[in-house]
Design a protein around this ligand. Structure first.
Ligand code: ADP
Length: 464
């Protein structure tokens, strides 16, 4: 695998190489177009200056040599050539003292020789630094009636002055620091990614506690924060899934055991008729409980899938509520509960089948958790943009500390343990209300009763 770290380092080195190449080319172009001419002019100027000083002045041979040596010490390599081709050198020796043909003009035609111009084939400025007689500027001069050629070039050894060493050190330091910096940066960038990759592997193995120690104030830091959040959420989902499975298994297990137990008892041939009837009724009750549990689970699963196909249509909400009340009239009478309602005629657009489940759950709860002789009030009204439906009972009420879990799956209050129920009803109610973009609130006082207030939004409402 091509690691990100390797790719980053290679890319950095590549960029560095390209910048060196481009920098070198630009420096060359600058040298060829500007510096070279200036250098030649400058050197010719210096040579002419020397000639002007020594020409026609009756220096002794010794004084002349001393003067030339002094000039050489200032940073020049000098060659003195006479018309016979004899050469005399001052300063640092040349590596190659071959006398170039073009330089002959200096002696024969009194012309000026500019050796750097003859390095035409060398695009790069390397030619500037070659230590050859070829690479000089030459001017003619006369001394004691003899023609000479004075050839000079700046001593490149002396060119490496302090400032040059400082500059070279500076460039090398920049290069080194950039390379080390880039490598360090690459490590800094890739380390958290490696950690994140490791963490994803742990998540795949259902370990949601992999510690991610990434504290950064950038996009990678944000990614790691989101990752930690996702890890916590996945852990919660995993716990919820496991507890859901265990609850479902338990809720299926107990009615099945009851059915099996009473069915065994029924096998006894000399069972009194009264017992037989009692056992059959228990089996019937438990089978109904299983059937309701399955129905609720199926409904929850389909709601959970997120893309529940809402079958929205316009219907009379007040009529639907009345129908639910009619369905439970016998139970209300049996439990001696007084039910009253005030239902404003309301046309509502929504999923009638789902909403029927909501009213069914709320009414059966209001009956189940009520007291004999208690009462239930149902109200339907439109306030401003919303339809408000309330179910108020005078039942057992709900403890304040139980309210936050009320809509959790399988949550059942202490008082509910003795009654039928699955603990799924209110979580289904909440989901359906949310699907209709509504909200549900509960006001309850233990011992006094509860009030469930549903608010369904305006856009779906029409007053008849
Ligand atoms: P269940 O099948 O147990 O009725 P629900 O989800 O419908 O499940 O309700 C969850 C719990 O909320 C119930 O077990 C009960 O403790 C409490 N509860 C719901 N409605 C009422 C109510 N009207 N009065 C008192 N307690 C209620």
């Amino acid at each position: 695998m091509k690691t990100l770290y390797r790719q980053f380092t290679i890319a950095t080195l590549f960029i560095l190489a390209i910048s060196i190449l481009i920098g070198f080319t630009i420096a060359n172009i600058f040298y060829i177009t500007v510096t070279k001419e200036e250098t030649i002019e400058q050197n010719v100027g210096v040579a002419q200056e020397i000639v002007a000083t020594v020409q026609n002045v009756p220096y002794s041979e010794e004084s002349f040599d001393r003067y030339m040596q002094a000039v050489a010490k200032l940073g020049y390599q000098i060659a003195l050539v006479d018309s016979a081709g004899d050469m005399k050198f001052y300063g640092e020796p040349f590596d190659d003292t071959a006398f170039p043909e073009e330089a002959q003009r200096v002696l024969t035609e009194n012309g000026t020789y500019t050796g750097l111009d003859s390095f035409k084939d060398q695009i790069f400025m390397i030619g500037h630094f070659t230590n050859e007689l070829h690479n000089t500027v030459g001017v003619p001069f006369e001394r004691d009636g003899e023609n000479y050629g004075l050839f000079i070039r700046p001593d490149t050894k002396l060119l490496g002055t302090d400032i040059h060493s400082v500059l070279i050190g500076f460039v090398v330091a920049i290069g080194l620091v950039s390379i080390i910096g880039m490598i360090w940066l690459a490590r800094q960038l890739t380390r958290p990614i490696v950690q994140l990759t490791e963490a994803t592997k742990h998540i795949a193995r259902e370990n949601y506690n992999y510690p991610l120690d990434i504290k950064r104030n950038d996009e990678i830091g944000q990614l790691s924060e989101s990752f930690n959040l996702m890890q916590t959420q996945l852990q919660q989902n995993d716990l919820a899934r496991k507890s859901f499975i265990s609850n479902v298994s338990h809720d299926f297990q107990s009615p099945l055991m009851n059915i099996q137990g009473y069915a065994d008892l029924l096998k006894s041939p000399d069972l009194p008729d009264a017992d037989r009837l009692a056992y059959t009724s228990i089996i019937d009750q438990e089978a109904k409980r299983l059937s309701s549990l399955t129905r609720q689970l199926l409904l929850l699963t389909s709601l959970d899938q997120g893309a529940y196909p809402m079958k929205s249509k316009e219907f009379k909400l007040d009529e639907q509520l009345k129908a639910v009340v009619r369905k439970y009239r016998w139970r209300l009478e049996e439990e001696d509960i007084n039910l009253s309602y005030s239902l404003a005629p309301t046309l509502f657009r929504g999923d009638a089948e789902l909403l029927d489940n909501v009213w069914d759950n709320l009414l059966t709860n209001a009956i189940k958790y009520n007291k004999p002789g208690g009462s239930i009030e149902i109200a339907l009204k439109t306030i401003g943009p919303d339809v408000i439906v309330t179910f108020k009972d005078t039942g057992t009420g709900i403890a304040a500390e139980a309210l936050p879990q009320l809509f959790d799956r399988f949550y059942r209050g202490d008082a509910a343990r003795k009654k039928d129920g699955t603990g799924l009803g209110l979580s289904i109610v909440e989901q359906i209300v949310q699907l209709h973009h509504g909200t549900i609130k509960v006001n309850s006082k233990i011992g006094e009763g509860s009030e469930f207030i549903l608010t369904l939004p305006h856009s779906d409402v029409k007053q008849t």
